[in-house]
Design a protein around this ligand. Structure first.
Ligand code: FE2
Ligand code: FE2
Length: 211
């Protein structure tokens, strides 16, 4: 295993049936793909662990904000949980800014891509568009249009997303708030993120993942 993969959960990548032997997909066999499927089904089990590793990358990174991005993520999820929102919503809230490290100019797209196989259309749309709705609270301080969200007036998830930002995202910068630790959300993450509901890698007959 390459040294730089050692800290990525699951990257030791057990290969229960060994490795495929093709040099290009055009000469791969079904047996090769069984080997890859077996290895990937092991790798998929540590999906949540890898998400936790990425959430922890937000620790200590304040970007000028009053609290670091991990605290903001945890606080957004804690506020949603305490308001009685369901687990899928809370996990969406927890991950909504996970893309901050990779998508500096489009971070909501990263979280949406991660959540897409696991959440409802409403939660997906909310996460994907939260950046524009959150902008209502600060774009005018930066010379941007705080009403950019108006382009979505009449959309079925407009209010849903506006409420997410108003109730949970925009107030989650309070250094004195009693925020739940990341460990408290891990069982929820497993319940929501262990099994995809939609993916191009689901077999139609059984709706089970190919790995
Ligand atoms: Fe965000
Ligand atoms: Fe946020």
């Amino acid at each position: 295993m390459a040294d730089d993969l050692k800290n990525i959960p699951g990257a030791s990548h057990e290969e229960p049936m060994g490795r495929a032997e093709f040099s290009a997909f055009t000469n791969a066999t079904a047996e090769d793909w069984q080997k890859i499927g077996a290895a990937n089904s092991v790798f998929a089990k540590s999906h949540v662990d890898r998400l936790i590793t990425h959430l922890n990358l937000l620790k200590g990174d304040c970007g000028g904000f009053p609290v670091d991005r991990l605290e903001h993520s945890l606080q957004t999820a804690t506020r949603a949980h305490r308001a009685g929102m369901d687990e899928e919503y809370v996990v969406s809230a927890l991950l909504h800014d996970i893309g901050d490290t990779l998508g500096v100019f489009n971070h909501p797209d990263i979280a949406a891509a991660i959540l897409r196989p696991f959440v409802s259309d409403a939660n997906l749309w909310m996460v994907q568009n939260h950046g524009i709705f959150q902008g209502y609270y600060f774009f005018h301080h930066l010379g941007l249009d705080r009403n950019m969200r108006d382009q979505f007036q009449g959309h079925p998830y407009y209010e849903y997303t506006a409420q997410f930002c108003h109730l949970f995202d925009q107030p989650a910068f309070d250094g004195a708030y009693d925020t739940m630790p990341l460990d408290a959300f891990v069982p929820m993450m497993h319940r929501v993120l262990d099994k995809p509901k939609q993916s191009i890698y689901l077999r139609k007959a059984t709706n089970e993942a190919a790995w």
